[in-house]
Design a protein around this ligand. Structure first.
Ligand SMILES: NC(=O)c1ccc[n+]([C@@H]2O[C@H](COP(=O)([O-])OP(=O)(O)OC[C@H]3O[C@@H](n4cnc5c(N)ncnc54)[C@H](O)[C@@H]3O)[C@@H](O)[C@H]2O)c1
Length: 488
């Protein structure tokens, strides 16, 4: 089936799903009776375009086509994935599933974003119950990878997991269905305690948020609960931790499952404290602050190859394998053309106080282009592990134009010299047709054992020879060989 998804209900969550599918190259058809739906989805998409593409170190596929449909049957006909994200009312969801199943393909997956209902409840009265699964995401759906996948049907689960993985998500398969799944149960326990703490005047909303974001929230984002506690047990590990802190759970610290009544007084207290804490920002501003922070955290985890960051790297590998960035010189070099060495979006954390990509990040992108050129000629991870590499000795960059977060950039490379130990490269960076910068680098091949210049191995020498041959007739680039002129 083609990569087309239907989003039924385009509110906070449906809009996030739409952005996640679209920016991963899927066509998206939306059905939502709200006359404001188009505007609201446009705003979610603007946030997503600014933040999601730059999470990857490779360009995501071309954005898919977005269309709006008043007729639900038209939206779901022939699509591979249907995501139901209408309000959390069971009878409404049943009505919507009946309409979906009357018009969709039997092999399509119908995912429900429900935060609380079990698949067996959603499937009641359905024409093809097995087709309906819980696919519970987290806000913002375009940045957070987790989806709780709940279904008793193994075959449907596998198909669903494959599609979700393909759009960069992490399907967490639940062994058994349960009200509110796993993550919302954990969140509810914390939320319940927090409500008591505010109601009893122990802490304000801001103090509770500080208790999380200055402390255990940072631990949770990278190791979760159990791995963190294992370390807290010291060298003796988990058993010791449980022996030490387990009994405290029986002390009357928690209010157990008691929930404070949502009286007007409590609602006013919490809403008032929340206004004091965060009222200086609009919701749209808070969304952007949240997204910027999430991108920075996720990209830091990516650098460590850990948790949600490792998932991003896996997604990049899959996306890259389908692009020209996977090619090698031994498989052929297009004569007379520079080599594509980078195609990516500008990450949010590469922009500075002027709102555009910082000058140091131009060098970041160029140095990735150089790494990619090295890989292209055979100086790849295995070659480097065996002791050979290139070190950069000199760089000259010309900044031509500015570029903003989310914009797609490409770097193309001409080899000016590639003989013996010497390698001289000239890179052009573009956003579409617009030239952003050029860079010239001089590199020396080195032995990583002696840290001194050395002749490249035969495979790299052959890669260099092939590029030199293919680019022999290319003109010497304008701007190459430049230095900053002496003043006066
Ligand atoms: N908000 C969250 O943080 C969150 C997180 C995870 C899951 N969910 C779940 O996602 C679902 C949607 O929640 P939301 O927060 O996006 O709600 P929302 O109110 O923002 O959006 C619901 C949308 O559904 C539309 N709608 C109503 N009836 C419809 C119909 N018959 N056909 C098509 N569209 C219809 C509404 O116009 C609205 O735009 C719920 O099941 C909720 O439990 C919410």
């Amino acid at each position: 089936m083609t990569k087309t998804a239907a989003i039924i209900g385009g509110g906070v969550i449906g809009g996030g799903w739409a952005a996640r599918f679209l920016l991963n190259g899927w066509d998206v058809k939306i059905c939502d009776p709200d006359p404001e739906a188009q505007r609201k989805i446009g705003e979610v998409l603007a946030n997503a375009r600014r933040s999601l593409p730059g999470l990857s170190d490779v360009a995501l596929p071309e954005e898919g086509r977005l269309s709006f449909h008043a007729d639900l049957s038209e939206a779901v006909a022939g699509v591979a994935w249907i995501q139901e994200s209408v309000p959390e009312r069971l009878e409404l969801k049943h009505k919507v599933f009946a309409q979906i199943q009357a018009a969709c393909a039997p092999e399509a997956v119908i995912g429900s974003s429900t935060s609380g209902f079990k698949p067996s409840e959603l499937q009641q009265g359905a024409a093809r119950p097995a087709q309906i699964v819980v696919a519970h995401p987290f806000n913002p759906v375009y940045l957070l990878p987790l989806v709780e996948l709940v279904t008793a049907e193994q075959e449907v689960a596998q198909r669903a997991a494959q599609i979700l993985t393909g759009i960069g998500m992490f399907p967490l398969f639940l062994r058994k269905e349960i009200d509110a799944h796993v993550a919302d149960r954990l969140l509810e326990a914390v939320w319940r305690e927090a409500l008591w703490l505010v109601k009893d005047g122990i802490a304000t909303t801001e103090e509770i948020d500080n208790a999380i974001r200055y402390g255990f929230g940072l631990r949770w984002a990278q190791m979760g609960l159990f791995e963190t506690y294992r370390i807290a047990g010291g060298e003796a590990g988990m058993k010791h931790f449980m022996a030490q802190f387990g009994p405290a759970l029986k002390w009357p610290w928690t209010k157990l499952t008691d929930v404070p009544d949502f009286t007007d007084e409590l609602v006013d207290l919490i809403a008032g404290q929340s206004d004091d804490q965060s009222g200086a920002h609009t919701i749209r501003e808070l969304e952007r602050i949240r997204d910027t922070n999430l991108v920075a955290i996720l990209r830091a985890l990516k650098g460590q190859g850990w948790g949600a960051g490792a998932l991003l790297t896996d997604h990049d590998k899959r996306v890259r394998a389908a692009t020209a960035l996977a090619a090698r010189a031994v498989d052929g070099v297009t004569p007379g053309e520079p080599i594509l060495t980078q195609a990516r979006a500008v990450p949010l954390d590469w922009t500075d106080y002027n709102g555009h990509m910082n000058e140091a990040r131009y060098l970041d992108a160029f140095s990735m282009a150089t790494d990619r050129f090295m890989e292209f000629i055979g100086c790849d991870a295995d070659y480097i592990a065996a002791g050979g590499s290139y070190f950069t000795a000199e760089t000259h960059i010309q900044y031509v134009d500015e570029v903003h977060a989310g914009a797609r950039i490409e770097v193309k490379t001409q080899m000016l010299l590639g003989a013996g130990k010497k390698l001289q490269l000239f890179h052009w960076m573009y956003a579409g047709e617009r030239l952003l910068a050029t860079a010239e680098h001089f590199l020396l091949h080195v032995s990583l054992e002696t840290r001194r210049p050395s002749e490249p191995g035969p495979e790299v020498a052959e890669g260099l020879r092939r590029v030199a041959e293919a680019q022999a007739d290319m003109p010497y680039p304008e701007g190459a060989g430049r230095t900053i002129r002496r003043p006066g």
